[in-house]
Design a protein around this ligand. Structure first.
Ligand code: ADE
Length: 257
């Protein structure tokens, strides 16, 4: 799959693509190309924004450089420069904005499907993007949450990272992504606590031990303990997530004891 990222600040995104376990994905299954928007702007100053009609604070991203960049990406992907009106979405264009659908495991999983085409990701800046470009070219909007960032780059990196870690072979152990919080394999619950050596750690209030079951070598008991811990953590930190799991029939009888 391929992601094309339209951004004014490629240097914000670039470092994340070459570090850590996800680096493997970005040199393999998940191609990422960065498109500096200023390269598609006119004039000596390569202007990419202007004042809003109607007045008010801040600047608005110009439709024309965005459109030129978007068309260049489509051509580079071997697609027609424009999608004919009413045609099915060939590659989705996604705008990162506080107005978007909240990023979640389900959204990430959709973009991470091996047969999915990826997307054209638009990192908004300033007060926003000229609505005419949004109306003409944007298929979906994604938000990181109910707060405002200075731009969509952090959100784009969040999506790319989350998509990359779901690719087979990217994490050392394939089971690892499946045991993550929110994965359907763990019924969408939060992750359980983890412990490593030493068995006794000298904490600020004295020695702290590891739950004995984890040292027992008894696989079924360890799994049962981890499941109970997942349920407990979800009840404590995300009761909304637990309520949804219950309503959708994802809890087991033992989870309710
Ligand atoms: N751009 C500005 N705020 C944002 C948010 N909350 N999520 C995604 N992109 C944004």
């Amino acid at each position: 799959m391929r992601f094309d990222v339209i951004t004014l600040f490629p240097e914000l995104i670039e470092p994340y693509l070459s570090v850590g376990v996800v680096r493997r994905a970005f040199t393999g299954a998940v191609q990422v190309r960065l498109w500096p928007l200023r390269d598609f702007a006119d004039g000596h100053y390569r202007r990419v924004d202007d004042r809003p009609f109607g007045g008010g604070p801040g600047m608005v991203m110009l439709a024309e450089p965005l459109y030129r960049c978007w068309q260049a990406i489509r051509l580079d992907r071997g697609l027609p420069a424009c999608r004919p009106p009413g045609a099915a979405v060939d590659v989705p264009t996604v705008l990162f904005s506080p107005a978007g659908e909240r990023l979640s495991h389900d959204v990430v999983a959709r973009y991470a499907q091996p047969a999915a085409p990826g997307a054209i990701l638009l990192c908004g800046r300033y007060e926003g993007v000229d609505q005419r470009f949004v109306d003409a070219c944007v298929d979906a909007q994604i938000s990181l949450g109910d707060f405002v960032l200075s731009g969509g780059e952090i959100a784009a990196v969040a999506l790319l990272d989350a998509v990359a870690r779901l690719q087979p072979g990217v994490l050392g152990d394939q089971a690892s992504a499946e045991q993550d919080s929110f994965n359907p394999v763990v019924d969408g619950l939060l992750d359980c606590p983890h412990y490593t050596r030493p068995e006794v750690w000298q904490g600020p209030a004295g020695p702290m031990t590891v739950p004995p079951v984890l040292l027992s070598g008894h696989h079924a008991q360890i799994e049962a303990w981890r499941r109970a811990q997942r349920v407990q953590a979800t009840a404590r930190w995300r009761p909304d997530v637990l309520a949804r799991a219950r309503a959708e029939g994802r809890l087991r009888p033992a989870d309710e004891q």
